[in-house]
Design a protein around this ligand. Structure first.
Ligand code: NAD
Ligand code: LMR
Length: 331
């Protein structure tokens, strides 16, 4: 018997990430090749004509799993009964900007959308914020949702998966091993140049990756800056921020959360109370997570050496600064 369709809300549907994302969701790459989906597309009033063009293309793909499409500029309509929300719609940064420079421009979007999700979506909704600065935007959406109640506050995530995938790809290039050989990668903290990509626990076909790389200078001077500043390098090269790889990471995050993974995955999740890493409760932080049966769990108790402690503190300090900068928005 075929499954009942689930509702997937995507904001910023007319944007460049939306154009890479929607077709893959509709083809079953996110939630499985047996899971019909209804897409609920949100964008600004002035983008509705472009959304209609994207819908024409979705229709022309004749996806067997696409059970319906809704287009709207009203968050209450877009998030109605949604099982999954991908919050992409926001302004991207341009050359010379940091993601945190978008806080004022984009933060307001997420108070409105967090409230609308909590009032309208399925109580078990899973929310992924892609729009930058994504950790703090997820924190804002979560805070607005908590005021309403109803939905699960742990289910408001920020996207660190692009950083995780970038780190795997750099390790593959350095070691000559295929990406698929790597397990147990972690990226701690903020989706910003302060993120700490950490392969101390990683293995490749069972070999310890830190021992395999055995190059502290490369780690500090090449690997971390390459992963941390990859977004800016893409903006410099393309004149536009990453889109296909961002959409791919969003698919990976939601896929693993919904369907499970046999590997650790990096997710930007609200720090659990009393976590072993000392991250204040509720800060949306990149953690190593296990995903099983539609839920996720932060992997606790990993050893943090002095170098890692310093890196984790730096990215936490930045997130705390962003949190302070948006405090007024959350009153
Ligand atoms: P884009 O400018 O191509 O598209 C953004 C879309 O969002 C536009 O269609 C715009 O009309 C819409 N939009 C703006 N405000 C909206 C609102 N309030 N409600 C609904 N829709 C709204 O941008 P893009 O390249 O698709 O990037 C979108 C966001 O994703 C940016 O903030 C970018 O920095 C971020 N991003 C994050 C990651 C990550 O790893 N977390 C990676 C890449 C890009
Ligand atoms: C990325 O990492 O590619 C995105 O966050 C876009 C950006 O502004 O860097």
């Amino acid at each position: 018997m075929s499954k009942a369709p689930v509702r997937v809300a995507v904001t910023g549907a007319a944007g460049q990430i939306g154009y890479s994302l929607l077709f893959r969701i509709a083809s079953g790459e996110m939630l499985g090749k047996d899971q019909p989906v209804i897409l609920q597309l949100l964008d600004l009033p002035q983008a509705q004509k472009a959304v209609q063009g994207v819908i024409m293309e979705l229709e022309d793909c004749a996806f067997p799993l696409l059970a319906g499409v809704v287009a709207t500029d009203d968050p209450n309509v877009a998030f109605k009964d949604a099982d999954y929300c991908l919050l992409v719609g926001a302004r991207p940064r341009g050359p010379g900007m940091e993601r945190a420079d978008l806080l004022t421009a984009n933060g307001a979007i997420f108070t409105v959308q967090g409230k609308a999700i909590a009032e309208n979506a399925n109580e078990n909704v899973k929310v992924l914020v892609v729009g930058n600065p994504c950790n703090t935007n997820a924190y804002i959406a979560r805070a607005a949702a908590i005021k309403v109640g109803r939905t699960n506050p742990n289910n408001y995530h920020g996207m660190l998966r692009l950083d995780h995938n970038r780190a795997l790809s750099q390790l593959s290039a350095k070691t000559g091993r295929p990406v698929s050989s790597f397990k147990q990668m972690v990226v701690w903290g903020n989706h910003s140049p302060t993120m700490y990509a950490d392969y101390r626990f990683a293995t490749s076909n069972g070999d310890n990756v830190k021992a395999l790389v055995n190059d502290a200078v490369w780690n500090n001077d090449v690997f971390l800056p390459t992963v941390g500043k990859r977004g800016a390098a893409i903006i410099d090269a393309r004149g536009l921020s990453s889109a296909a790889s961002a959409a791919n990471a969003a698919i990976d995050h939601m896929h693993d959360w919904a369907l499970g993974s046999d590997d650790w995955v990096t997710m930007g999740v609200p720090a659990p109370a009393g976590n072993s890493y000392g991250i204040p409760e509720g800060v949306v932080f990149g953690f190593p997570c296990e995903c099983k049966g539609g839920s996720f769990k932060v992997i606790e108790g990993l050893e943090i050496d002095a170098y890692s402690k310093e890196k984790i503190q730096k990215t936490l300090d930045e997130l705390e600064g962003e949190r302070a900068a948006v405090a007024d928005m959350l009153k």
